[in-house]
Write a protein that binds this ligand. Sequence first.
Ligand code: DSN
Length: 422
Amino acid sequence: MNFYEHIQKQDKEVFDALEGEEQREAEGLELIPSENYVSRAVREAMGSVLTNKYSEGYPGKRYYGGQEFTDVVETIAIERAKKLFNCQFANVQPLSGAPANVALYFALLEPGDTVLGMDLSHGGHLTHGHPVTYITKFFNFVRYKMKDPDTGEIDYDEMLRVAKEAKPKIVLAGFSAYSRELDYKKFVSIAREVGAYAVMDIAHIAGLIAGRAAKNPFDSGFDVLTTTTHKTLRGPRGGMILTRESEDIAKKIDKTVFPGFQGGPHMNNIAAKAVAFGEALHPSFKTYAAQILKNAKAMEEVLHRHSIRMIGGGTSNHLILADVHGSLGISGKEAETVLDEVGITLNKNMIADDPRKPMDPSGIRFGTPAITTRGFKEKESARVAELLVETLKNKDNDAKKKEIREEVRTLCKQFPIPEQFL
Ligand code: DSN
């Protein structure tokens, strides 16, 4: 079936690019840990008539008429999100993760207030207060780090010391390049001790939490969770803010998202979120989430065998951050490029206190959400890790790289993207 029948007839330039991307995704291995393949049902919702509709406001309280169906769809998304994450309030309107985090800060803070978040090179995210972001003009960000990058353990004593000194209003957990579990109880206890909100950006592991393969921070007392919906959760590109039980916090968040920052919500994407959340509530999603972890462990074992240093010493979630410069003398940028040549897509990444620059760092980051959707189990995941290492060790050997490219193609043929996700 041609998903792009009308684009093909009408716009050859865009059609060719879409076809190219379809082929790239089909014939290559996607290891970027924040990417996935969404179901056809999710894509249908994204391409639905709801893209035509303005719906400023919230269900039952809109500014424009004609909302009988948008209200149904948004309410379904909210109810399913609450059930998935076991909380009392959900705002499903944020356009993505960064807008969700910005709205969160403005909802809970006054200009000048302080947030205690994870250092970017230790696994945090730009929106957790990196100086290149505009939020740092409004709020003050202080940092915590790992005590030892080779175990991944957070330095909770130092975190408490900084919290007592800086008196943050938000203690922020969450990461985009950290492979170990956090001690949620410690985060909450530090937040309580200094009178801060305990917030976590669960974007990377939302699907693991929803699939009960990772602990839910709400169970340890976190007040608010922010997330994207398009990573392990396997939904459309978008964001969401969840509040455990405080109606006061939830109201502040709603007001900040709209009218504070956003105009009309993207109702087509909200419909797609509803569909994706429905999929995540299905028992098969638990199997999927558990397999993501098993596959990451299988890759970890291979890297251990090749003595490749992993930040955190390995992985307890869906991703691995490997110090390829330290282990193999190849920079993250060079590794990304050479792996692209053989059809393995991942991203260069800073490692803790990286002496190199962000555009050419020491590490690579990769993970298993997309290959798991493809049906890979431990055996295939381990083979992918072997191919990855072999490629890096043979970066100047064209014949070897050609051979690996062929094997990647064969693996992709043996495990085509399942029909449900095409
Ligand atoms: N760009 C996302 C990631 O790859 O983790 C985070 O925003």
